[in-house]
Design a protein around this ligand. Structure first.
Ligand code: AKG
Ligand code: FE2
Length: 453
């Protein structure tokens, strides 16, 4: 929840109000208004009319902005407050809230850092490939901002220059960035403050330069074995440290973030990563040996009508037999996809991923049901569904639906249908998950057409 942000903000506003009502010196107001509003009039209007919804929304959606405002206000109190003799309570309150928010930020920051590190490990991808084009987003969200990226890169580079490049493991990065947390936030502030294009570009090119240098070192040390070790280390650190932080320091902020058990990086985890890496490079979804497998075929499905045959037959691709894994390439129109997102969201049957988010390899829990996974948008980069046992992947293309038969004919869960969502690198991913009774269970009610020669 955003209770802390809201009450911290109310504390700031109460102070503003007192300042305004008690006719404070004119030079306080422009400074104050810069932190929240573009003009002094805006500030006076908002505070006196108590028309604060918009500002609250702005602040609640971005901890970095909230933190900046609070930090700024604290400076103001220190500078002008004592002479006004009205700040003791407010200062105490604001300081308390300020530190809470900072902790929340630390946690959000570390989670994002983990996403970055995991994504980089899975794809073995240079950082530079992960950050291009993301600056636009930086004003409104704290997910993988240039500040986070720059910090990772800066710390990695620094350790490289000190001659301990081997220490560039996720644990090292997390420890370092945690210790130097405030420095990285400052960097982010600079980026926000100078959000004019020219300034942004300057920051950006500095960042890119640093990142490039880091990547050269990353490549050197990124052989399979070392990454595998590094990921195990990360997981340990992540599970212990984050939950300690949450329990001991965040108090009422109770949401704990732990990695899904299924994301245990066993040998198959490396397969998952491998298939994800392939998916970034290739455009087709058919597995490598598919052309020689008589069971795997592509055909057009006319949905049982002449009209369907003429107008819009579905292109069907069979990726695996016994049990079946089948792609329906043009199952939905773009408009239908948009509607489906709305509908499934209400039923909580839609899965949403942002940059760095993924769903580790797993088997779906119901042995008697099949999964249909409609892809509801196009993803800029990443986000394929990987099948490590089969050694194939399905790219997320808007309007495609995958049918996955989750069970063997005897009803047991099919090992071969182990799957997971690869990290989204750029863009977002919406997929629906729909559970269906399949042909082998209900005797053919939903039978899909077999290819007709
Ligand atoms: O996001 C994906 O590609 C897969 C989603 C999935 O496997 C699930 O929701 O069970
Ligand atoms: Fe699944």
């Amino acid at each position: 929840t955003n209770t802390e942000v809201t009450s911290a903000f109310s504390a700031v506003l109460n102070w503003c109000k007192t300042v305004l009502i008690s006719n404070q010196p004119d030079h306080i107001l422009p400074t104050l208004s810069r932190s929240l509003y573009s003009t002094k009039d805006d500030l006076i209007h908002a505070v006196l009319k108590e028309d604060l919804q918009e500002t609250l929304k702005k602040i609640q959606s971005n901890f970095l902005v909230a933190l900046r405002i609070l930090k700024f206000s604290l400076d103001l109190v220190q500078e002008f407050g004592n002479s006004q003799n009205l700040t003791i309570t407010w200062t105490q309150e604001a300081t308390k809230q300020f530190s809470k928010i900072q902790l929340m930020l630390t946690k959000a920051y570390m989670i994002n850092l983990m996403k970055l590190i995991e994504t980089q490990s899975i794809y073995n991808m240079p950082t530079i490939g992960m950050i291009s084009g993301r600056f636009q987003d930086a004003n409104f969200r704290s997910v993988l901002t240039p500040g986070v990226m720059a910090d990772v890169a800066r710390r990695a580079l620094k350790s490289t220059q000190n001659g301990d490049a081997q220490k560039i493991t996720p644990t090292f990065l997390v420890k370092q960035t945690n210790a130097h947390f405030s420095a990285s936030v400052d960097w982010a502030f600079q980026a926000f403050k100078h959000s004019k294009l020219a300034e942004a570009k300057k920051h950006w090119s500095l960042l890119l330069k640093t990142v490039k240098q880091h990547d050269e070192h990353w490549r050197k040390f990124a052989d399979e074995r070392q990454r595998h070790e590094a990921i195990k280390e990360t997981q340990f650190f992540f599970n212990t440290t984050i939950s300690e932080l949450t329990m001991n320091e965040l108090g009422s902020f109770s949401e704990t973030h732990t990695l899904d058990e299924n994301q245990n990086r066993d040998f198959q985890g490396e397969h998952f990563a491998k298939v994800c890496r392939q998916s970034l490079k290739k455009d087709f979804s058919m597995r490598e040996d598919a052309l020689h497998d008589p069971d795997l075929l592509c055909w057009l499905d006319d949905k049982g009508s002449t009209f369907g045959r003429l107008m819009e037959p579905i292109r069907v691709e069979k990726m695996h037999s016994n049990p079946d894994l089948i792609i329906f390439h043009n199952a939905f129109s773009s408009k239908q996809c948009d509607l489906i997102i709305d509908e499934l969201e209400k039923m909580e049957q839609v899965q949403f991923y942002e940059s760095g988010e993924f769903y580790g390899h797993h088997r779906d829990a119901f042995s008697d049901l099949n999964a249909s996974i409609p892809t509801l948008n196009d993803v800029e980069l990443g986000g394929a569904t990987a099948y490590p046992e089969i050694g194939t992947f399905i790219k997320p293309v808007k309007g495609t639906a995958t049918l996955m038969v989750n069970h063997n004919p005897d009803g047991t869960i099919a090992q071969s249908m182990t799957h997971g969502g690869c990290p989204v690198v750029s863009g977002v991913k919406w997929v629906g998950v729909k559970w269906l009774h399949g042909p082998s269970k209900d005797g053919g009610g939903n039978r899909i057409n077999e290819p007709s020669q």
